[in-house]
Design a binder for this molecule. Structure first.
Ligand SMILES: Cc1cc2nc3c(=O)[nH]c(=O)nc-3n(C[C@H](O)[C@H](O)[C@H](O)COP(=O)(O)O)c2cc1C
Length: 172
């Protein structure tokens, strides 16, 4: 297992996957990592997850988010607003869960991609319809995390994104 700082540093958006299945134990670990994220209110986190492995469904999702088509598994993150205490910050809650999932994928030797869905309501509605949500008022498809073994040339690797000019001390 890699050191945590290494995981953060080598995580890359992996958009192409090898033709190899991801085992259910690893998928569960990724879901657990998502649920370990900070949320705006402990016990009232909005996140729910739809795990999709069915090829036809992946292809349909891929018509809206093209990178989903060839992934062995896609996890649709859904914000259930009825679960949330602070109902206006669901996108922050979901973002925290999403990033945790990407990092756990790297930790497991996998690659993952954050496929953006929210806040585009047309896209949220279209994704919702495919996974069985017919009304996005309270159940909001937020993103799709695709997971798989990276295809050749798509390995996780360090890329230096540090930019000192973004840092301000004491005042902007
Ligand atoms: C909110 C959000 C939405 C994103 N949506 C997509 C997407 O739809 N398709 C995609 O290929 N990458 C998507 N990405 C990944 C970014 O393009 C990627 O993180 C960025 O290019 C930096 O590359 P890195 O992840 O390898 O550091 C998204 C990332 C975020 C945070």
């Amino acid at each position: 297992m890699a050191e945590f700082d290494e995981i953060i540093n080598i995580r890359r958006s992996i958009r192409e996957y090898a033709k190899k299945d991801v085992n259910d134990e690893d998928i569960l670990k990724i879901l657990k990592a998502g649920m370990q994220a900070p949320g705006s209110r402990l016990g009232a986190e909005p996140w729910e997850f739809v795990v999709v492995k069915d090829r036809d469904t992946l292809v349909r999702l891929g018509e809206i988010k093209p990178r989903v088509t060839n992934a062995p598994v896609a996890i649709v993150l859904v914000a259930n607003i009825e679960r949330a205490f602070y109902k206006t910050v669901w996108q922050q809650d979901m973002g925290a869960a999403c990033e945790n999932m990407l990092l756990e994928a790297v930790n497991l030797g996998l690659g993952a991609l954050w496929n953006g869905v929210a806040p585009d309501e047309e896209r949220m509605t279209a994704i919702g319809e495919i996974i069985g949500i017919d009304d996005i008022t309270n159940l909001k498809p937020y993103s799709i995390v695709t997971v798989g073994y990276p295809a050749e040339g798509w390995e996780n690797k360090f890329m230096d994104k540090f930019d000192e000019s973004r840092i301000h001390y004491e005042k902007y």
